[in-house]
Design a protein around this ligand. Structure first.
Ligand code: ADP
Ligand code: MG
Length: 726
C-alpha cells in the first residue's frame, strides 16, 4: 500500500469508527465501590494481617520507622492469598529506572511440589528483594559489568496492587532499584532520601514554633496534559510512532487561535475513553478528580487529588500508562510528548507542590492567627531563598530533548526560573524587608507574629500562566515539568533545596532565640528580612513570556539556560554536589552518572529523530514532490502540444521547492555525519546547535511542498486531519 493510500484509509477508518468496547455502567458499580478495589490497602491489610504484624507495618509506613524484617513472611503470605483471590498468576517488582519509564519483570507464583503437581509460592524474601536482570538499564557507570545486576527492594510505604489484563491479572509490588554497592539506579530511591532530609529540617522549624515530632512530608498534585489522535493517523505517521512527535506537517488553517477547544464540550469518543481510564485508575486507588479539554485542539488534561509525594509519583506513572493502554481500546493513541505538534501548545505537567504534616496540613497555608502566619512566612521565605539559590537546579531537572521544544516557546514558562507570589504576598515580604526588627515601629509596617496577614487570594485557575513557579494560595505550582517526565526528579530537587534553606533558617533562629520562645517573633522578622534583601530578585509577578523579562532577568543575574546541553552540567556543579551530598540524597558518583545518562538520552533522541527525518524526507516527502512535478510537467507538455501556451508558474514553483528539499536533506546529512563529539556533552551541544536547526530546515522545505503538492498525492496525514477529525 502506498503511503498516500495509507493516509486515505486512515481518514476512512476514522470517519467510519464504531466503538468495539462494551459500554460501562457506573450505576451497577459506583466509583466509590470500585475505588482501591485492586489495592492491598490499609483495609485489606487490617483484615488479612495478624494484629501485631499489621501494627508493626503501619509504624513503618506512617512514621518511616525501620522495617522489622520478621514481618515480611506473614505480609507476603497475606499478599499472596489476596492476589490469588483476585486471579493473579504472577507477581512483579515494579521499579522506576532512569529512563523515566516504569519497569517490571514478572515471575509466576507457580512452583512444582515435587509430587507431580504444583503450588503457589511467594515468601518474605521474594517480597523484600528482587533481582531483575537489569544490566541494560542505564547506570552511567555505576555498575561495573562484572556485577551488572542491581536489585529491587520493597518500598513498604506504597501499597502493592493488582493490574488486570483481559487474560489474567498480576500482583505489582512497588520497589526501589539499587546497585549492589547501594547506589541509586532509579527515580524512587533519591525521592525517599530527599523526603527524609526535608522531614529532618522542617521539624527543627516546627519545634521552634512549639510543635514536636510530627512527620513532615511533601505532597504533589500533578496535572497531566496529553494529546489524543486516532490510531490510524498515528500508524500512518512514522514520526509519531517512533519519535512521539511530528517532524513534519504544515500549519492547519485552523489552530488554537479561536480558543474554542479549551474547556469546551468533550468529544464523545474522548469522554468514553476518559470514563474508562478513570475507572481503571479508581481500581488502582488513584484519586483522579478533574478532566477537561486543554488549549490546543486534540489536547486534554487529567488531574488527581494531591497525595504524599512518593505515592503521587507512582500514581502519576500509573496515570501515564493507563492513558496509553485505554486509548488503544478506543482506537486512539495517547501522546505524552511535550511537543507533538509544532505551532500549537505543547503538554506540560503542572506539579502542585506543598509540604505539610497530617495534623497541620500544608505549611504553605497562611493560616488565620499571627502565630500560624509567622510560621507560614518562614516556610515561604525558605522557598524564596531556595529557588533563588538553586533555580538552575530546577531548570536542570526538567531538561530533556522533548521539553526543550516547550520551555520558552511562548506558551509555556520560560527557561528562566522565577517565583510568582501575587501582589499581596509580595507586598507583605516587601514590608518585612523594609521594616525589619529595628524599624518595626514604623506605622503600617507588618510585624511578624503580632499582626495578622490579610486573607491572601487563592489562585483561581491559572492567573499567571507565564510563571514557572507560582504561589497558588496553599501550595506552589511548578509548571516547567514536561508531560512525559517522572515527577520524582523535580520533587527530589525541591525537597533537598528546601531542606537546605530550612536548615539555614533553623540554625539562624536557634542562634538568636537560644531556646527562648519569646524571642522567636523578632528573630523570624530579622531572618526573613535578611533573606528578602538577598533573594528578592527571584520574585517576578509580571509577564514571563515578554522580551523585557529576558532582559530584566539578566540584569538580576538569574540564569537563563535555554537548552538541555546548557542545563545538564548544573547537576555536577560544585554547589549542587555539596547540596546533595550534605543531605545524603545523592553521592557525587550518583550525580555524575545521572548527568551522563541524561546527556546520552538527549543524544540518542536527537540522533533517532534526525535519522527518521532524513528517511521520511527522502522516501516519503521527496517522492510526493517529484511525482507531482512529473504530473505538472506532463500536463504542461500536453497543453503545449495543443498549441496553447501554458502560462503556469506551478511547475517552476514545485521544482524550486523540490530543489530546496534536496538541499536541506544534503545539509542535514553533512551535519549529522559530523555530529559525534569527544564527550557526551560535546556531542549533545553539536546535536542541539547544528543537527536540530538542520532538521528544521528539512521540515521547512517539506512543509512548503505540502502547501503546493496535489492533495491526492500527499502521503502524510495532515495537521488538520490529525487534530480535527475526532
Ligand atoms: P488548577 O487548574 O486551578 O491549577 P486543578 O484542579 O487542575 O487546578 O489542579 C490542582 C491540583 O493541585 C490538584 O491536583 C490538587 O489536588 C492539587 N492541590 C491542591 N492543594 C494542594 C496542596 N496543598 N499541595 C499539593 N497539591 C495540592
Ligand atoms: Mg494548575
Amino acid at each position: 500500500m502506498s503511503q498516500a493510500e495509507v493516509r486515505r484509509n486512515a481518514i476512512a477508518a476514522v470517519t467510519n469508527y464504531k466503538p468495539s468496547t462494551q459500554p460501562l455502567d457506573f450505576s451497577k458499580t459506583s466509583p466509590t465501590d470500585i475505588f482501591g478495589s485492586n489495592v492491598f490497602n490499609d483495609k485489606v491489610m487490617k483484615e488479612r494481617l495478624p494484629k501485631d504484624v499489621y501494627k508493626s507495618l503501619k509504624k513503618t509506613i506512617e512514621n518511616g520507622e525501620k522495617l522489622d524484617s520478621s514481618i515480611a513472611g506473614p505480609v507476603a503470605a497475606a499478599m499472596k492469598e489476596w492476589a490469588l483471590s483476585k486471579g493473579a498468576t504472577h507477581y512483579t517488582h515494579v521499579f522506576y529506572p532512569l529512563t523515566g519509564l516504569t519497569a517490571e519483570k514478572h515471575d509466576g507464583f507457580l512452583a512444582p511440589d515435587n509430587q507431580g503437581g504444583a503450588v503457589a509460592e511467594f515468601d518474605g524474601k521474594q517480597l523484600i528483594q528482587g533481582e531483575p536482570d537489569a544490566s541494560s538499564f542505564p547506570s552511567g557507570g555505576l555498575r561495573a559489568t562484572f556485577e551488572a545486576r542491581g536489585y529491587t527492594a520493597w518500598d513498604v510505604t506504597n501499597p502493592a496492587y493488582i493490574l488486570e489484563n483481559p487474560n489474567g491479572t498480576f500482583l505489582c509490588i512497588p520497589t526501589a532499584f539499587v546497585s549492589w554497592t547501594g547506589e541509586a539506579l532509579d527515580k524512587k530511591t533519591p525521592l525517599l532520601r530527599a523526603n527524609q532530609a526535608l522531614n529532618t529540617q522542617a521539624q527543627r522549624i516546627l519545634k521552634l514554633f512549639g510543635r514536636n515530632g510530627e512527620r513532615v512530608n511533601s505532597f504533589a498534585g500533578p496535572e497531566q496534559e496529553y494529546f489524543l489522535v486516532d490510531r490510524n493517523f498515528f500508524f500512518a505517521r512514522p514520526d509519531l510512532l517512533i519519535a512521539g512527535r511530528t517532524l513534519f506537517g504544515g500549519k492547519s488553517a485552523k489552530g488554537q487561535e479561536m480558543e474554542d477547544h479549551y474547556f469546551g464540550v468533550i468529544p464523545r469518543r474522548v469522554l468514553a475513553f476518559m470514563l474508562e481510564a478513570e475507572r481503571e485508575l479508581y481500581k488502582l486507588g488513584v484519586p483522579v478528580k478533574t478532566r477537561h479539554n486543554e488549549v490546543a485542539p486534540g489536547q486534554f488534561e487529567i488531574a488527581p487529588i494531591y497525595e504524599q509525594s512518593n505515592l503521587a509519583t507512582d500514581h502519576n506513572q500509573m496515570v501515564m500508562t493507563t492513558l496509553k493502554t485505554v486509548a488503544k481500546r478506543y482506537g486512539m493513541a495517547c501522546l505524552l510528548h511535550e511537543k507533538p505538534f509544532a505551532g500549537i501548545n505543547g503538554s506540560g505537567k503542572h506539579l502542585n507542590y506543598s509540604i505539610g504534616t497530617a495534623a497541620l496540613g500544608s505549611l504553605f497555608d497562611p493560616g488565620d492567627t499571627p502565630h500560624e502566619n509567622a510560621q507560614f512566612l518562614v516556610f515561604c521565605a525558605a522557598v524564596i531563598r531556595a529557588v533563588h539559590k538553586y533555580g538552575k537546579l530546577l531548570r536542570a531537572v526538567v531538561a530533556t530533548a522533548g521539553n526543550d521544544h516547550r520551555l520558552g516557546a511562548n506558551e509555556a514558562p520560560p527557561a528562566i526560573l522565577s517565583i510568582y507570589l501575587g501582589e499581596q504576598l509580595t507586598d507583605i515580604f516587601d514590608q518585612i524587608k523594609k521594616g525589619g526588627a529595628k524599624t518595626s515601629k514604623t506605622k503600617g509596617m507588618l510585624q511578624v507574629g503580632v499582626d495578622t496577614l490579610p486573607p491572601l487570594p487563592m489562585d483561581a485557575g491559572d492567573r499567571n500562566r507565564t510563571s514557572p513557579f507560582a504561589f497558588t494560595g496553599n501550595r506552589f505550582e511548578f509548571r516547567a515539568v514536561g508531560s512525559n517526565m517522572s515527577i520524582a526528579g523535580p520533587q527530589v530537587a525541591l525537597n533537598t533545596m528546601l531542606a537546605e534553606s530550612l536548615d539555614f533558617i533553623a540554625t539562624e533562629l536557634e542562634k538568636i532565640t537560644k531556646g527562648d520562645p519569646k524571642k522567636l517573633n523578632a528573630a523570624v522578622q530579622k531572618v526573613i528580612q535578611e533573606i528578602m534583601v538577598k533573594h528578592e530578585a527571584i520574585i517576578f509577578n509580571g509577564d514571563g513570556y515578554s522580551d523585557e523579562w529576558q532582559k530584566e532577568a539578566k540584569k538580576r543575574g538569574l540564569p537563563n539556560l535555554k537548552t538541555t546541553p546548557e542545563a545538564l552540567p548544573v547537576l555536577t556543579e560544585k554547589d549542587i554536589v555539596e547540596l546533595f551530598t550534605k543531605y545524603g540524597v545523592f553521592s557525587e558518583r550518583e550525580l555524575h552518572s545521572r548527568e551522563e545518562i541524561y546527556f546520552e538520552q538527549y543524544c540518542k533522541i536527537i540522533q533517532t529523530e534526525a535519522e527518521l527525518c532524513l528517511k521520511m524526507a527522502k522516501t516519503i516527502v521527496f517522492p510526493a514532490g517529484v511525482r507531482y512535478q512529473k504530473e505538472l510537467a506532463e500536463t504542461t507538455a500536453a497543453i503545449k502540444a495543443t498549441g496553447i501556451e501554458p502560462h503556469t508558474t506551478a511547475l517552476d514553483d514545485v521544482t524550486g521547492k523540490v530543489r530546496d528539499l534536496q538541499t536541506a536533506i544534503a545539509g542535514l546529512e553533512t551535519v549529522l555525519a559530523k555530529a559525534n563529539g569527544k564527550t557526551v556533552q560535546a556531542e549533545a551541544t553539536t546535536k542541539c546547535t547544528k543537527v536540530l536547526p538542520a532538521m528544521l530546515a528539512v521540515r521547512d522545505a517539506a512543509d512548503a511542498l505540502e502547501t503546493v503538492v496535489a492533495d491526492d498525492l500527499w502521503p502524510l496525514p495532515t495537521y488538520q486531519e490529525m487534530l480535527f477529525i475526532k
